[in-house]
Write a protein that binds this ligand. Structure first.
Ligand code: ATP
Ligand code: MG
Length: 368
């Protein structure tokens, strides 16, 4: 019995999605990774025909039946499978025969390719982020050092000037030095560690919603699609507001700059949770997924790859720091921001672990 509990726990914690199908090709069991992958709950699909949830139209049911009769197992790479919500997913899967309560059955193991591609993209993003951060830190240090000297000297000079009209020039030096210093500080991102307290994500979104409605003079519609069951989580609320505000303000600016009138400008704020989700190298049991979706023109092509870098802007009056600051804050909360954009639909996704005890990447579980 103890063994049984152990193995069940083990399977429940696997990152691989496992589906068990009996000889009538009905679902007997699926682990949480398979529930997440097939986007169904186990309760709903156990006892139902498996092809309602996992339909590889390029493979006949006979092939699966032959495997149950132990006429060979098989593996398919880059298969396209239709899920119960009619979405298609690209995956690798292996089918092998087994016995369950002395009845023959099939074990289907799945590895999503979309997810693997996403993880490698995410790793690139995190390492690019770390490289730019290091570069910016080095540069900021070199710029800030002489600025102190320049400002001090301008102040001394100012005191020694007899002609008050010349003071205008020392004021310009001091103001410009201050402007540069603020810019460099902003580039460095938040200069304090997050002060975490129990935070309700919907309070954050509601605050941003009212700010953006005011800024846009209600010219942009903001739709809410919240999952009210999301628990509070440990985060720095003010920093979270800044993250969501930076992203939502960009969406608003993109919508307002677009003079097309064939669709009403709209932003959707959406919250969901995802189980068993990997961010970088760390697998988390429960992750918050906040999406900010707009129906504007999309990210300009020439900045797509460098979107999260500091000083990258597609707007004439932009400093290009909004997204880089947002990404640093979310990274400090062990999360990540991603973007998926095409004309008519731009989605920024913020992923944040809801369980802090799994946050440290050193003690996190490695995916591959
Ligand atoms: N939802 C969006 N739709 C279209 N383009 C976007 C969207 N979000 C961001 N962008 C593009 O990404 C660029 C970078 O955004 P970011 O917030 O980092 O800088 P910024 O808005 O230009 O300046 P700042 O936020 O510092 O004032 C924007 O200039 C814009 O071109
Ligand atoms: Mg911005």
């Amino acid at each position: 019995m103890a063994d049984f509990v152990f193995y069940k726990e083990l399977i429940n914690h696997l990152d691989s999605a496992v589906l068990v199908v009996d000889q009538n090709l009905t679902v007997r069991y699926l682990n949480p990774a398979a529930e997440a992958f097939l986007q169904v709950s186990g309760r709903r699909c156990v006892g139902e025909p498996f092809q309602n949830y996992f339909n590889d139209t390029s493979e006949s049911l006979d092939t699966f039946k032959r495997t149950i009769r132990k006429e060979g197992s098989f593996t398919k790479r880059e298969a396209i499978v239709q899920l119960s919500n009619l979405q298609k997913s690209s995956l690798d899967y292996s089918v092998s025969p087994a016995e369950f309560d002395s009845s023959p059955c099939l074990i289907i193991e799945m590895h999503g390719r979309d997810r693997l591609t996403r993880i490698s993209r995410e790793e690139d993003l995190i390492s690019a982020q770390a490289t730019t951060q290091a570069l910016v830190r080095g540069m900021a240090h070199e710029i800030k050092n002489p600025l102190g000297g320049i400002r001090g000297s301008a102040q001394l000079l100012e005191r020694m000037l007899d002609n008050p009209e010349l003071k205008e020039f020392t004021d310009i030096i001091i103001d410009e030095v201050d402007r540069l210093r603020n810019l460099v500080d902003k580039m460095l991102g938040p200069n304090k560690l997050p002060e975490r307290a129990e935070t309700n994500i919907h309070e954050v979104l509601e605050r941003v919603r009212s700010l953006i409605l005011a800024e846009s003079e209600s010219n942009v519609k903001i739709r809410r699609d919240y999952d009210p069951s999301i628990p509070e989580f440990a985060a720095d609320k003010e920093q979270m507001i800044q993250v969501v505000l930076n992203i939502t303000r960009n969406a608003m600016q993109a919508l307002m700059s677009e003079r097309q009138t064939n669709f009403p400008p709209e932003i959707t704020l959406q919250t969901r949770t995802i189980r068993q989700f990997t961010i970088g190298h760390t697998k988390h049991r429960l992750v918050l997924h906040v999406s900010i979706i707009d129906n504007g023109p999309g990210i300009p092509d020439h900045i797509r790859e460098s979107l999260f870098y500091p000083m990258v802007s597609g707007r004439a009056e932009g400093t290009g720091l909004g997204l880089s600051i947002a990404q640093s804050i979310v990274n400090q909360h062990q999360g990540i921001i991603e973007c998926d954009s095409k004309p008519g639909q731009t989605q920024f996704s913020i992923y944040l672990p809801l369980e802090l005890h799994e946050r440290n990447s050193n003690d996190g579980q490695r995916l591959m």
